[in-house]
Write a protein that binds this ligand. Structure first.
Ligand code: URA
Ligand code: SF4
Length: 208
């Protein structure tokens, strides 16, 4: 009876598909909840000057999650992260690493644009960080890639990007890979080269 094992194989496949689908449906639900909270958030003073809060965006099953500093002018206008020039550089780095923007999840330490793109202040970071922690929990990526000094200081309480760039640090069982912010590489081609290499390194680690 060759049909019987075949039948069980199909059933197991369907069951696995069902379990995976339930996992993704739960992720979508949790993501939509956090997105609604961010869009309506008034927990810090940045809500007064923003046009749009910018929740993280991307593939909820991503193996790698990128964290920048804060939305800029374009992001504030569109309500999406990394859609300006820094985003273009990040996309180029991803392409060189062999993945697409659609494969990854991208977010920021604070979700609202600070006036005139100033660095977010400690109280704003401390208040907003709960959303990033929740995003990391929902996506559950293999690697969280920290982009730049503000994200490094906010997430891991570490000061020197010079020391830590290109390195991985494990904290609370989460693997963080540290690199430069793409905007820091705009006028510095040497740094851009290092950035591209380190993004490839982070992507390879995430794919392992
Ligand atoms: N810089 C950031 O840190 N985040 C963005 O979303 C855009 C620029
Ligand atoms: Fe809320 Fe964060 Fe925006 Fe502040 S920056 S209002 S905490 S979403």
């Amino acid at each position: 009876m060759p049909e019987l094992p075949y039948f069980f194989l199909i059933m197991i496949k369907l069951l696995l598909r069902y379990i995976l689908d339930i996992g993704l449906i739960n992720k979508i639900k949790s993501y939509e909840e956090i997105k609604t909270k961010v869009v309506n958030c008034k927990l810090c003073k940045l809500c007064i000057t923003r046009n749009n809060a910018v929740p993280g965006h991307g593939n909820l099953d991503a193996k790698i999650l990128f964290v920048g500093e804060a939305p800029g002018k374009n992001e504030d206008k569109m309500g999406l992260p990394f859609v300006g020039f820094a985003g273009k550089i990040l996309e180029e780095a991803l392409e060189k690493a062999g993945i697409k923007r659609n494969d990854v999840y991208i977010t920021n330490v604070v979700k609202c644009r600070p006036p005139n793109n100033r660095v977010p202040e400690k109280d704003e970071i401390d208040t907003c960080l709960q959303y990033l922690r929740k995003e990391i929990q929902i996506i559950s990526p293999n690697i969280v890639c920290i982009l730049g000094a503000t994200a490094l200081q906010s997430i891991l309480n570490l000061k020197s990007l010079t020391i830590y760039h290109g390195k991985m640090i494990v904290s609370d069982k989460i693997k963080y890979f540290i690199t430069y912010h793409p905007a820091a590489t705009i006028y510095n081609s040497d740094l851009r080269e290092i950035f591209f290499n380190e993004i490839s390194c982070a992507v390879n680690m995430a794919n392992k």
